[in-house]
Design a protein around this ligand. Structure first.
Ligand SMILES: Nc1nc2c(ncn2[C@@H]2O[C@H](COP(=O)(O)OP(=O)(O)OP(=O)(O)O)[C@@H](O)[C@H]2O)c(=O)[nH]1
Ligand SMILES: [Mg+2]
Length: 321
C-alpha cells in the first residue's frame, strides 16, 4: 500500500515555493478515542493496531505522512487514564513525555461521548504546555447527527477558553469514513517547523518488524475477549527465521511468539475449546503479518502465564515496558 495521496492544498503550497516543513505531532486523548485509527487513516496504512477495547495502544507508534510541502511524523500515544496498575502508570508517563517533546498536540475527543472528567483532566494538563499549538480533533463524527456534533465543538471550544487558552484549530473528522482526514493534515503541516524531511521517502513507520508482528498477534487476540482479559494479554515475538532448505521461489518465515496472560485461569479462554480460539488468532494475524512482510509465514504461538505482569516491575521489564 502506498502513502496517502497528497491533497490539493499541499500540492499548491509546494508549487508556491513555500519552505518545506517537517516535525512531530502527537495524538492524545482518553483510551478508545480513535487515536490509532486516525493515525492509520492519515498514513494510509496500518501502523498501529486498534480495537474497541480501551487501552489498546501500549507504546508510542510513529506514523509518517509524506507530502510535497511537509513531512508529518504522527506520534500515536496510549490513552491517558486513571492508572490502576504499574503498567498504567508507565503508559501515562509515556504520554506526558511525548507531548512535552512534539511540535503540535492533537487532542482527540470522540463525537459520540460527552466531554467528561477524563477529558477535562487531560485538557487541563495540556493548558500547561504553553508553547505548543494544540488542535482539538472531534473523532468518529460518522456516529452522530450534526446537532450533537455542533454541541461537542462548542463544548471543547468553551473548555479551552475556561482554561485560558485557544485551540489553534478545532476540527471534526471521521477516520472510518475518511472525512476531513486530509484537511487535518493540511492544518497540522503549517504548524511544523521549517525542516527537510526527517525520514526517508516511503518510510511509513519506524516500528521494528518484530514489534509490529507482536502487535498484529495481540490485535487478533483482543478480538472477542471481554472484561479484564484484554489488559492481561501481552505478546512477545521470540524469533523470526527464514526456514532452511526452502527453494528460493518458495520462502517461508518461521515466527515463534508467546502470548502472555496473567493468571492460569485465563489460559483456557485464550486457547478456547479444542484450541480453536488460539488457532483463529493465529490464522487471522498470519494474514496481516504476511501482508506486512510480503512473505509466507509459519506462525507458532504459545500461551504462557506471566503472573500479574501488569503490576510486577521485573515482568514489565521482560515484556518491554
Ligand atoms: N464509527 C467510527 N469508529 C471509529 C472511528 N475511529 C475509531 N473508531 C473505533 O473506535 C475504537 C477505538 O479506536 P482506536 O483507534 O483503537 O482508539 P485509541 O484512541 O487508539 O484507543 P487506545 O489505544 O486504547 O487509547 C475502534 O473500535 C475503532 O474502530 C471513526 O471515525 N468512526
Ligand atoms: Mg490506540
Amino acid at each position: 500500500m502506498s502513502a496517502r495521496p497528497n491533497t490539493e492544498a499541499a500540492a499548491q503550497q509546494a508549487e508556491n515555493n513555500a519552505p518545506h516543513r517537517a516535525g512531530f505531532a502527537c495524538f492524545v486523548g482518553r483510551p478508545n478515542a480513535g487515536k490509532s485509527t486516525l493515525t492509520n487513516a492519515l498514513v494510509g496504512q496500518k501502523v498501529a493496531i486498534t480495537s474497541n477495547r480501551p487501552q489498546t495502544t501500549r507504546h508510542t507508534v510513529r506514523g509518517i505522512v509524506h507530502r510535497p510541502d511537509a513531512q508529518l511524523i504522527l506520534v500515536d500515544t496510549p490513552g491517558l487514564h486513571k492508572p490502576r496498575t504499574l503498567l498504567g502508570e508507565r503508559l501515562n508517563d509515556v504520554v506526558r513525555t511525548t507531548w512535552a517533546e512534539v511540535d503540535v498536540i492533537g487532542f482527540c475527543l470522540p463525537a459520540d461521548q460527552k466531554l467528561g472528567p477524563g477529558d477535562k483532566f487531560i485538557i487541563k494538563e495540556l493548558a500547561g504546555i504553553k508553547k505548543t499549538p494544540k488542535i482539538a480533533i472531534i473523532t468518529k463524527t460518522d456516529l452522530v447527527e450534526s446537532k450533537a456534533l455542533a454541541e461537542q465543538l462548542l463544548a471543547v471550544s468553551r473548555l479551552g477558553e475556561e482554561l485560558g487558552f485557544e485551540w489553534a484549530e478545532i476540527i471534526p473528522v471521521s477516520a472510518v469514513k475518511d472525512q476531513q482526514v486530509g484537511l487535518l493534515a493540511d492544518l497540522i503541516a503549517p504548524l511544523l517547523p521549517e525542516s527537510p524531511p526527517l525520514y526517508p521517502e516511503g518510510d511509513l513507520t519506524d516500528e521494528p518488524e518484530m514489534v509490529m508482528v507482536a502487535e498484529l498477534i495481540r490485535e487478533a487476540a483482543l478480538e472477542g475477549v471481554r472484561d479484564e482479559l484484554p489488559h492481561s494479554i501481552a505478546v512477545v515475538v521470540e524469533e523470526m527465521l527464514p526456514r532452511e532448505d526452502r527453494p528460493a521461489d518458495k520462502p517461508l518465515l518461521d515466527i515463534h511468539a508467546n502470548v502472555y496472560i496473567e493468571r492460569p485461569s485465563q489460559k483456557g479462554i485464550i486457547i478456547g475449546p479444542k484450541g480453536q480460539r488460539l488457532k483463529d488468532v493465529g490464522t487471522k494475524s498470519r494474514k496481516h503479518i504476511e501482508a506486512l512482510l510480503g512473505t509466507p509465514v509459519y506462525l507458532d504461538l504459545h500461551v504462557k502465564v506471566a503472573k500479574d505482569w501488569q503490576r510486577d516491575p521485573k515482568q514489565l521489564r521482560k515484556l518491554g515496558f
